[in-house]
Design a protein around this ligand. Sequence first.
Ligand code: NAP
Length: 249
Amino acid sequence: MKNNLTGKIALITGASRGIGDAIIIALGKQGATVIGTATTKKGVENIDNKLKKLNIKGSSVILDVKEESQIVTVTKNIIDNYGKIDILVNNAGIVRDNLLMRMSFDEWDDVINTNLSSVYKMSKAVLRSMMKQRSGRIISISSVIGATGNAGQTNYAATKAGIIGFTKSLAREVGARGITVNAVAPGFIETDMTEKLPSEYKKELTGQIPLNKIGSVDDIANAVLFLASDSACYITAQTIHVNGGLYAS
Ligand code: NAP
């Protein structure tokens, strides 16, 4: 089966809840050994419990993706323990919305560091090992907002558009080494991140989605699974939009 990931080692950031939680399960169910990260003890416990319950091979680790020294240690430990990292999913992300006129530098910087600089740091940390084995998959979670923009989200949109440019460029650098680099750009997906949106806004938004519903975390996990699998071996430098038709690229 082309989706089978048996023997693959996958590292997923922000796997404690939401989209990352669905991704770790999707890859794990296809036989990958999955390592999920969270920022808290409770988060890693959630991951461990889920893996145990579903009989999925893998482990969890505390990681703040803003911290380069933690990234270096975590990726080195995984390579020491498991021998390699075949699949990196850059999923961790935050929003700190505000109109630019009111946006503090802290709000700007926090989102840039968490959503975009982390993708640079994580990808760099796994690349040497992928280059050596002449294969690898780097998949980063962008957003429809990176393509359309959104008032109140200049910081977030800049990071998500940045991921698309990063993906296209890195794909050109490492393609000859058998490494593919792609992005998935979700539309509006039911998670903690969108839970806070006012229900009126959600209703209005749903009306703009041709498939007439907000997406599920599994919709995104399925796209990531496809990109991680052999079925996608000739796909690189691309962004797959999974948004119910809200935006057509
Ligand atoms: P979520 O439910 O809020 O989960 C965010 C995840 O990121 C959590 O696992 C969180 O870990 C982790 N995280 C946050 N800051 C971190 C840091 N500094 N270091 C490491 N991990 C950190 O969000 P989500 O909706 O699943 O979003 C996942 C990704 O999809 C994000 O990149 C987001 O921008 C993108 N996305 C989401 C939507 C949507 O509609 N939901 C749409 C487009 C794109 P803790 O649990 O430890 O806090």
